[in-house]
Design a binder for this molecule. Structure first.
Ligand code: AHM
Ligand code: MG
Length: 340
C-alpha cells in the first residue's frame, strides 16, 4: 500500500515509469489507457449520483444478448465510445452493448489497437446500490488492417491481450490494471479526480477457504462442479478437512476484486441452463480480461476443460464457462473435470 503520507503516484506517472522500466508501454497504449480511465471516472460519477442523476431503471431496449438494458448500461457505453473515438489510438471498438464492432469515424485518425469492453458489468445490481464495474481488454490490430478493421480482427485468443483492466464502482472506485507486468491497483481520489496507485504487484493466495458460485443453479451443474462444492460445504469433517465460506455478489467485477484482494475461487461453470449458449459469461470482454489479470496475479483461469486465455474465439459475443482464482483450487476443479 502507498501510505497517505507518501507522495501519491498517479496513473500517468505509473504508466510513464512502467514505459521507462520495461519499455513495453508504447506511448499510444499509455494514452489509450488514460482515456479509458478518464471515461471510467465519468461512469463512476454517474453511478455515484444514483437516483439523483435520473439514471436508475430500464432503458427500454435489449442488447445483442437479448438482455434488458439499464439506463446506466447505455450511458456507460456512450461515455466509453465518446471518450475513445477521437484519441487516434484505436482501429475499432467492441462492446457487450453493441451487436457489431464500431469503426473509428472517418474524421479521426486511426491507431493500432482494438478495445473491447463491458461498460457496466453486474447491471442487475445498479438499482439496489451494490457494486458494479467496467471491464476492458486491449488487443493489437493486425498492422495491415488498421484502416479497415473487421470483426475477425478481434477474434484473437486472450494470450494476445496487451492490456486488461476493470474498475469497481463501490464504496470507493478502484481501477485494477495489467499490461503484462503484474497487476496494480489504483484508487480514485474523488477530490483530485485522479487514480492513485494503492497496490502494486498484487498476488492471489494459492489456497483459499472461500468460493463464489450462484448456488441456485446447483440442479443444473455438471458432476465435477457438484463434487467440488459438496466437498467444500462438507467442511472440516469432509474430504477437504476445513470449513469453507461462500460469497456471491452477482457482479463479476466485485467477486473478482474480492479474489484479487484476499483469494478465493469464482465459478460460472458450464451447466444445463447455459449449455446451448456455451456458458453465461462473455469470452472477449469478461472472461479474457479477467483471466489475464488473474494469471498475472499468480492465479489460474479455466473453463474446467481448458485454459481460458488459449481459446481461439469464433465470434465476438461468444460465451464460455469460467472458473478462476486461487491457483490450487482452480487446478483442483479442473482436475475433477478431466477425471470425467
Ligand atoms: P452483465 O454483464 O449483463 O451484468 O452479466 C454478467 C453478470 C456477472 O457480473 C455476474 O457474475 C453474473 O452475471 C451474475 O449472474 P446471475 O444473475 O446468474 O447470478
Ligand atoms: Mg458483464
Amino acid at each position: 500500500m502507498t501510505p497517505s503520507t507518501q507522495k501519491p503516484i498517479f496513473l500517468t506517472q505509473f504508466l510513464i515509469e512502467e514505459q521507462r522500466a520495461i519499455g513495453e508501454v508504447k506511448p499510444d497504449l499509455r494514452l489509450l489507457l488514460e482515456i479509458v480511465a478518464r471515461a471510467c471516472k465519468r461512469i463512476s460519477i454517474a453511478v455515484g449520483k444514483g437516483a439523483l442523476g435520473g439514471v436508475l431503471g430500464d432503458a427500454g431496449s435489449d442488447n445483442v444478448q437479448g438482455e434488458a438494458q439499464k439506463k446506466l448500461d447505455v450511458l456507460s457505453n456512450d461515455i466509453l465510445m465518446e471518450a475513445n473515438e477521437w484519441g487516434g489510438h484505436l482501429a475499432a471498438l467492441a462492446s457487450e452493448e453493441m451487436d457489431e464492432p464500431v469503426m473509428i469515424p472517418s474524421q479521426y485518425p486511426k491507431g493500432g489497437y482494438l478495445l473491447l469492453f463491458d461498460p457496466l458489468d453486474g447491471s442487475s445490481n445498479i438499482d439496489v446500490n451494490i457494486s458494479v464495474g467496467t471491464i476492458f481488454s486491449v488487443l493489437s490490430c493486425p498492422p495491415d488492417h488498421t484502416l479497415t478493421p473487421c470483426e475477425d480482427d478481434f477474434l484473437q485468443p486472450g494470450v494476445k491481450q496487451v492490456a486488461a483492466g476493470y474498475t469497481v464502482y463501490g464504496p470507493s472506485t478502484v481501477l485494477v490494471l495489467t499490461i503484462g507486468n503484474g497487476v496494480h491497483q489504483f484508487t480514485l481520489d474523488r477530490e483530485l479526480g485522479s487514480f492513485v496507485l494503492t497496490q502494486s504487484h498484487i498476488r492471489i493466495p494459492e489456497d483459499t477457504r472461500e468460493f463464489a458460485i450462484n448456488a441456485s443453479n446447483s440442479r443444473y451443474w455438471e458432476a465435477p462442479v457438484k463434487r467440488y462444492i459438496d466437498e467444500c460445504t462438507a467442511g472440516k469433517d469432509g474430504p477437504r478437512g476445513k470449513d469453507f465460506n461462500m460469497r456471491w455478489v452477482a457482479s463479476m467485477v466485485a467477486d473478482v476484486h474480492r479474489i484479487i484482494t484476499r483469494g478465493g475461487v469464482f465459478m460460472y461453470p458450464m451447466d444445463e441452463k447455459s449449455r446451448e449458449k456455451g456458458g453465461k459469461l462473455r469470452l472477449m470482454y469478461e472472461a479474457n480480461p479477467m483471466s489475464f489479470i488473474i494469471e498475472q496475479a499468480g492465479g489460474a483461469a479455466t473453463t474446467g476443460r481448458e485454459r481460458i486465455l488459449d481459446i481461439q474465439p469464433s465470434k465476438l459475443h461468444q460465451r464460455v464457462p469460467v472458473i478462476l482464482g486461487s491457483k490450487n483450487e482452480v487446478e483442483r476443479v479442473t482436475a475433477y473435470h478431466k477425471e470425467g
